[in-house]
Ligand binder design. Structure first.
Ligand SMILES: NC(=O)c1ccc[n+]([C@@H]2O[C@H](COP(=O)([O-])OP(=O)(O)OC[C@H]3O[C@@H](n4cnc5c(N)ncnc54)[C@H](O)[C@@H]3O)[C@@H](O)[C@H]2O)c1
Length: 349
């Protein structure tokens, strides 16, 4: 069996998911890893047992490694574009974490490099691989909901409120680009565009709840520059309207996503605390006689993200495969949200 040989750059929190899922793919093999932090290399290599010469401190060395056929990029946001462009210029397909860049301009440079290299590439829109989302997309496409008219979405976390959390890269604009908008909102936007089509207009407001944090190095404090909370409205080319509330300052919520999609013939709701079920209110006959039921998602709608990346590398691309172009589309909406919040007005896309 052909095994695709993969290198991973950035070995922090999200890399754990990439490693775990790649290890579960018999036709993928992690052959090299890279991090600037030796402790992170040591921690991951306790599981992977790679020879020392395959554990890099500089991403350019991993990309130049002739054995590496494809690169997974799991670094902080400001490094996405340089690493992605370097890999694409070397002719290596990438799986790039979201948000793919700090701005739409930067995202466009990535997609231009991908086009030049003839590589589609993947954006890590992980929620496209939640069974409930895949089933929801199927039901919307089947016409079971009629014409989509509304979306109501909440993403709730408590991660801004963790005691003693330091001024990590996520709280600094030049490293993160934005706060919950880029971190969490981009998933919601991607799912919205998947289910309801293109966003055409947005209006947003954003705020910082915890305004300063202890710095990484010392006992002093520094300002938080990226938003903890954002609420926005969106209109879609199909005429639908959406309302979105995203926060990392919701005490008691670990990672809750509630997503309702309403159509003229029915509705669907998912709660990604339970991604293996979907609540549907659909059926033949009069809409006012329909009742909601929560169903298990059929087996056919299960696909792990790294399985999809491996399949793509082997020439079998899934229908919902999130491309780099999809990542750039999400970035276009992020830019519009940031501009709207700054200028306190509706922004057209
Ligand atoms: N798809 C998802 O659902 C999801 C979830 C969480 C995070 N993410 C994304 O994943 C990315 C990383 O997030 P995280 O939570 O894992 O961050 P993290 O801080 O836990 O890990 C980042 C890692 O990158 C390393 N790094 C920094 N500079 C580097 C360089 N020049 N070369 C190599 N490695 C370098 C750091 O040492 C660290 O180990 C972000 O873009 C984030 O938005 C995506």
């Amino acid at each position: 069996m052909k095994q695709v040989k993969i290198g991973i750059v950035g070995l922090g929190g999200i890399a754990n998911k990439h490693v775990r899922e790649l290890l579960a793919c018999p036709d993928a093999k992690i052959v090299a890893i890279c991090d600037v932090d030796a402790a992170r290399i040591e921690e991951k290599n306790a599981l992977l047992h790679l020879p020392a010469e395959k554990c890099y401190r500089d991403y350019r060395d991993l990309i130049a490694d002739g054995e590496v056929e494809a690169v997974e990029i799991c670094t902080p946001n400001h490094l996405h574009a340089p690493i992605a462009i370097a890999a694409l210029c070397a002719g290596k397909p990438i799986n790039l974490e979201k948000p793919i860049a700090l701005s739409f301009d930067e995202a466009s440079r990535i997609t231009a490099a991908a086009k030049e290299a003839g590589i589609t590439g993947m954006t890590c829109f992980s929620y496209r691989f939640m069974p409930a989302v895949r089933y929801a997309k199927h039901l919307v496409e089947s016409g079971a909901l009629g014409k989509i008219v509304g979306l109501n979405v909440a993403y709730l976390k408590d991660s801004a409120l963790w005691e003693g959390r330091r001024l990590e890269w996520r709280f600094v604009e030049k490293y993160a680009g934005s706060g919950v908008i880029g971190d969490l909102g981009v998933h919601l936007i991607d799912m919205a565009q998947l289910l309801a089509g293109n966003v055409t207009e947005v209006v947003a407001t954003r705020g910082i709840v915890v305004t300063e944090r202890p710095t990484l190095a010392g006992d002093d404090v520094g300002p938080v520059e990226t938003e903890d909370i954002c609420t926005f409205l969106a209109t879609f080319a199909c005429g639908a309207q959406g309302s979105f509330h995203i926060t990392r300052a919701a005490a008691g919520f670990k990672n809750t996503i509630r997503y309702d999609v309403y159509g003229t013939r029915g509705s669907i709701s998912f709660d990604l605390d339970r991604p293996e079920t979907l609540t549907v209110c659909i059926g033949e006959g009069a809409v006012d006689k329909l009742t909601a039921e929560t169903r298990p998602v059929p087996e056919a709608f299960y696909l792990a993200q790294e399985r999809a990346f491996t399949d793509y590398l082997l020439g079998k691309r899934d229908a919902l495969f999130p491309t780099l172009a999809d990542g750039a589309d999400g970035q276009r909406v992020l830019d519009a949200l940031l501009l709207s919040a700054k200028e306190k007005r509706w922004v057209s896309l």
